[in-house]
Design a protein around this ligand. Structure first.
Ligand SMILES: Nc1ncnc2c1ncn2[C@@H]1O[C@H](COP(=O)(O)OP(=O)(O)OP(=O)(O)O)[C@@H](O)[C@H]1O
Length: 768
C-alpha cells in the first residue's frame, strides 16, 4: 500500500493523533513502527465488538503521533510550500492553497488550526510567516488612496475592502456601547454563566479585562502594541463606525459608507439569539511556538498587500464573520452570501460580497482574526465544551504586483491575487455521544450531512487515485457540487479554461483522531479520508480462521515482506471490505434517520403551533369584524335619528306657524267687535231727549245693523270652528305620530307647540 500521494489525488492527507485525556479507555489505533516518518495506522475493533469487524490498515501521506507539537505540524505537513506558492516566486504568479482539518468532534481540529491560549495554530503561524516575508515589500493602502483604490478595483469578488485601522476602530471604539457581538447557539444562551468561562473559543486569549487594573492594562497594552495605540481612543465627535485614525482619502469614506449601508440592508437570516456584548480588545497573543528562522522564496521585485477575510458555512449557508462586527446590541439579521461567478471572475466561483480587511502588521491581522472568531458559532456539547457548530474559513489573500523601479515616475503592474484558505471544519458527531438536542442537534444534522458529502468526495478522489495507477483505469467525477462545503473545498482544485487561466489549488487535509476516542466515528472518517486502505487480518469467527488457515497455505511473501494473500483470502478480504462499506453506509443512514425523525417531530410541532395560531387569528378577526359591524350599525342609527329629528322639527315649525296665524286672526276679530260695541254705547249716552224719537229710530236701525253684523260674526265663527276642527284633526294625527316615537326627548318636543300656542286667548292646545 503506497502512501505517497498519487497524481490524481486532490489533497495530501495527513493524520494527527491527539493526546487523550481518557485513561480508562482501550486504545484501538496503532501507528506503524517507523521512527522517522510513519505513514500507516492500524485499527482494531473493540474486544467486545459484536459485529466482528476486520482489522483495517490505512495509509496517509504522513502520520503524526500524540507528542508532535504545533510547529512540527506546521512545517512538515506542507503548509510552508503552500505559503510560498501563494506568495509566488520571482516572476511567477501565486497559486491558491488550502489547508483543512477533518475529524470527529473533540479530536483536535480547532487546536491544530487555531491553537489554544498558549499555543499558536496553523493560521497564526501562517500569518506570522506571511508578514515576516513580505513586510519590507508591503504597500501602505491606508495612507495612499491610489493604492487602496487600485486594490479595491482589482478585487474580483465584489468585496468591501477597508484598512485594518478603520475596521478595528469600528469594533473597539464602539465597545462601550456593546458594539460587538458573538452569534451564539441556543445552547450558549441557555447557559450564559458557563459561556463566559468555558466557551472561550480556542484562539481567544486572555484579555486585559481579565487581568489587571485599567492603568496597568493600558501600560501593558502600550508596551505590547505601540503601533496599535492609535486605535484606543477614537475622536469622540465622529460616529464610531465611521471613525478613521488619520486623515482619510475620500475613497475610504465612500467605501465605508457603502459598507455600512450594505449592512443596514442585510435581511434574510435571523441569527440565533445572540448575546450582543462588549468584546474587550485582546491584550496578548501567544508567541509559542516561535518561528523566526523561516526563509521562503519571495519575489523581491514585487510589492504586496495582505488581505484577511473570514466566513463560516452554517446550515449549508455562507455568512461573513467580519460583517456583523458593527452590529448593535439587538440581534442582527445575517445575510447569507453567494458562492458564484462574478463579472470580473466569470469562469471561477468566488464568495461574493465579503468584507475584506487590508492588514499592515501581524498584530492587526491577529486582532481581525480574533474578532471573526468571536463571531463564529460554538456550543458546548457532551463531546466538546467549545464545539464548532459551523465550518470556519479563514482566507488570507496575497495581492502582488510589479513594483516600479522608480517610485516617482514608474508605473506599477496590475495586481494579481492568490488565496491561502485555512479551514476548520466542524466535527462529525453522534447525537447519542454528543447528547445534543434541539437546535444543536439540528446543526449536527447539517454538519454530518455535509461531512458525508465530503466523505464521498474524498472517497472518490482516492478511488480515482488508485485507478490512475492502473492502466485503462477510469477517473470518475468528484461529486463536489452536492453542498456548499464541498463546493468551497473542491471547486478550485481543477484548472480553469476560461479567460483567466489559473493553476488548480494545492490542498492539504489534516485528519485528527483520538486513538482512545469513539471507534465507530473515527474508523468511519479514516476509511474515507485515507489515501489507501486495506483489510489485513480479518478478525472473524474461528470457522473463517479455520477456512483461512486451510486456504492460505503456503503463504508467499511480497517485496515488502508482507504476507501475500491466497485467492480465498482475497475474496474474503473483498467481502469484508464490502461489508465494512455497507456497515458504514448503514451507520450514516442511521444517523440521517435520527436526524430526519427529529426534523419531522420539529415540523409536526411547528405545524401544530401554526394551526393553533391560525385559530387564534381567526377568532381575533371574527371579534374585530363583529365590533366593526356594531359600530357601523350604531352610526347608521344615529344618522337615521338625526334625519328624523330634522323632519319632525320642520313639521312642528309648520304647525306652529299655522297656529300663530289662527291666533292672530282670532284676536283681530275680537278687537273689532269690542270697538264697535263701545262706539254704539257712547252714541246712545250723548244724544238729547228731543232726539229720543229719532234715537229710537236710530236704535232700531242700529239694532237691525247689529243683527246683520252678528249674523256675519256667527258665520265667521262657524268658519273658524270648522277650521279649528281641521287643525285639531291635524294636531291629533301629529300627536299620534309623536306617540309612536319612543325617545323621551321627543316627548318634550311634542309639548313645545302647546306652550307656544298659549296666546292672548289663553287657550291651550289641549283645550282646542
Ligand atoms: N494535540 C493536542 N494537544 C493538546 N490539546 C489538544 C490537542 N488536540 C486537542 N486538544 C484539546 O482538546 C480539546 C478539544 O479540541 P478541539 O476543540 O480542537 O476539537 P475539535 O476537533 O475542533 O472539536 P469540534 O469539532 O467539536 O469543534 C481542546 O481543549 C483542545 O485544546
Amino acid at each position: 500500500m503506497d502512501a505517497s500521494k498519487p497524481t490524481a489525488a486532490l489533497f495530501d492527507v495527513y493524520l494527527r493523533l491527539r493526546p487523550s485525556s481518557a485513561t480508562d479507555k482501550e486504545r484501538f489505533l496503532d501507528v506503524e513502527d517507523n521512527p522517522t516518518a510513519p505513514t500507516h495506522v492500524t485499527i482494531h475493533p473493540p474486544a467486545n465488538d459484536h459485529r466482528k469487524r476486520a482489522i483495517e490498515r490505512f495509509a496517509f501521506t504522513r502520520v503524526y503521533e500524540e507528542h508532535v507539537g504545533q510547529r512540527e505540524i506546521f512545517e512538515s505537513t506542507g503548509v510552508l510550500p503552500l505559503v510560498e506558492g501563494v506568495l509566488g516566486g520571482h516572476g511567477r504568479a501565486g497559486r491558491d492553497g488550502l489547508v483543512a482539518t477533518l475529524g470527529v468532534t473533540g479530536s483536535g481540529k480547532s487546536h491544530t488550526i487555531l491553537g489554544s491560549k498558549s499555543q499558536r495554530g496553523i493560521t497564526q503561524l501562517t500569518l506570522d510567516v506571511l508578514f515576516q516575508q513580505t513586510s519590507p515589500y508591503l504597500v501602505d493602502a491606508e495612507m495612499r488612496p491610489t493604492i487602496f483604490q487600485s486594490l479595491c478595483s482589482a478585487d474580483v469578488s465584489e468585496a468591501y475592502l477597508l484598512p485594518a485601522s478603520a475596521y478595528l476602530d469600528s469594533i473597539y471604539s464602539s465597545g462601550e456601547n456593546g458594539g460587538f457581538s458573538r452569534a451564539t447557539t441556543p445552547a450558549l444562551v441557555r447557559d450564559s454563566a458557563r459561556q463566559s468561562t468555558i466557551y472561550k473559543f480556542p484562539g481567544s486569549f486572555p484579555s486585559l479585562e481579565d487581568s489587571t487594573s485599567s492603568g496597568t492594562r493600558q501600560q501593558v497594552f502600550d508596551r505590547l502594541y505601540p503601533s496599535l495605540a492609535k486605535y484606543q481612543d477614537p475622536p469622540p465627535t465622529t460616529p464610531s463606525h465611521l471613525s478613521l485614525p488619520h486623515s482619510r482619502p475620500n475613497i475610504l469614506t465612500r467605501s465605508i459608507a457603502k459598507l455600512t449601508s450594505h449592512l443596514q440592508q442585510e435581511s434574510s437570516f435571523i441569527s440565533a439569539p445572540s448575546s450582543k456584548r462588549y468584546m474587550p480588545r485582546v491584550s496578548t497573543f501567544p508567541q509559542s511556538p516561535p518561528l523566526d528562522d523561516v526563509t521562503l522564496d519571495i519575489d523581491t521585485s514585487a510589492e504586496y498587500a495582505i488581505v484577511v477575510s473570514m466566513y463560516e458555512v452554517y446550515n449549508d449557508r455562507i455568512f461573513d464573520l467580519l460583517a456583523a462586527s458593527t452590529s448593535s446590541k439587538t440581534p442582527q439579521k445575517r445575510r447569507a452570501l453567494l458562492f458564484k461567478p462574478t463579472e470580473q471572475s466569470p469562469d471561477r466561483k468566488v464568495v461574493a460580497g465579503l468584507r475584506k480587511v487590508i492588514c499592515s502588521t501581524l498584530d492587526e491581522a491577529l486582532l481581525v482574526l480574533e474578532t471573526g472568531l468571536h463571531e463564529r458559532r460554538v456550543a458546548g456539547t457532551g463531546s466538546n465544551a467549545a464545539s464548532s457548530r459551523s465550518h470556519g474559513f479563514f482566507c488570507l489573500d496575497v495581492k502582488k504586483r510589479r513594483r516600479p523601479a522608480n517610485h516617482a515616475a514608474g508605473v506599477s503592474g496590475p495586481w494579481s491575487s492568490s488565496t491561502l484558505t485555512v479551514v476548520d471544519l466542524a466535527g462529525s458527531e453522534r447525537a447519542r455521544t454528543a447528547k445534543t438536542a434541539g437546535a444543536t442537534l439540528a446543526e449536527a444534522g447539517k454538519i454530518n450531512e455535509s461531512l458525508m458529502y465530503l466523505g464521498q468526495c474524498m472517497q472518490m478522489q482516492s478511488d480515482n487515485a488508485r485507478n490512475s495507477l492502473v492502466a485503462g483505469g477510469v477517473e470518475k467525477m468528484v461529486p463536489f457540487r452536492q453542498c456548499k462545503l464541498t463546493e468551497l473545498l473542491f471547486s478550485n482544485s481543477f484548472s480553469t479554461h476560461g479567460a483567466i487561466q489559473k493553476a488548480p489549488q494545492k490542498a492539504i487535509m489534516i485528519v485528527t483522531a483520538d486513538p482512545l476516542g469513539d471507534f465507530n466515528a473515527t474508523s468511519q472518517i479514516l476509511r474515507y479520508s485515507a489515501l489507501a486502505r486495506e483489510v489485513t487480518v480479518p478478525r472473524i469467527p474461528s470457522v473463517t480462521s479455520t477456512f483461512l488457515s486451510g486456504a492460505m497455505t503456503p503463504h508467499g511473501k511480497n517485496a515488502s515482506g508482507r504476507t501475500t494473500p491466497s485467492a480465498a483470502q482475497e475474496d474474503l478480504e473483498q467481502a469484508l471490505t464490502q461489508l465494512a462499506r455497507l456497515q458504514e453506509e448503514l451507520e450514516v443512514t442511521q444517523v440521517l434517520l435520527e436526524e430526519e425523525t427529529f426534523r419531522r417531530q420539529e415540523a409536526e410541532a411547528s405545524w401544530q403551533r401554526a394551526e393553533s395560531r391560525i385559530e387564534e387569528v381567526e377568532a381575533e378577526i371574527r371579534e374585530e369584524l363583529v365590533e366593526e359591524m356594531e359600530a357601523q350599525l350604531q352610526l347608521e342609527q344615529r344618522r337615521w335619528r338625526a334625519a328624523r329629528d330634522v323632519e319632525m322639527d320642520a313639521q312642528d315649525e309648520h304647525v306652529d306657524r299655522k297656529l300663530d296665524l289662527l291666533t292672530q286672526q282670532m284676536s283681530i276679530y275680537e278687537d273689532e267687535t269690542a270697538e264697535q260695541e263701545n262706539d254704539r254705547r257712547e252714541e246712545l249716552v250723548i244724544s238729547s231727549p228731543t232726539k229720543m224719537g229719532k234715537r229710537d229710530k236710530t236704535v232700531s236701525t242700529e239694532q237691525d245693523g247689529f243683527r246683520d253684523s252678528a249674523g256675519a260674526s256667527a258665520l265667521k265663527y262657524t268658519e273658524l270652528e270648522d277650521e279649528n276642527a281641521v287643525l285639531r284633526e291635524k294636531l291629533a294625527s301629529i300627536e299620534r305620530q309623536k306617540e309612536q316615537m319612543s325617545s323621551p326627548s321627543k316627548k318634550v318636543r311634542v309639548l313645545k307647540p302647546s306652550r307656544r300656542w298659549m296666546g292672548s286667548a289663553g287657550v291651550s292646545l289641549e283645550d282646542v
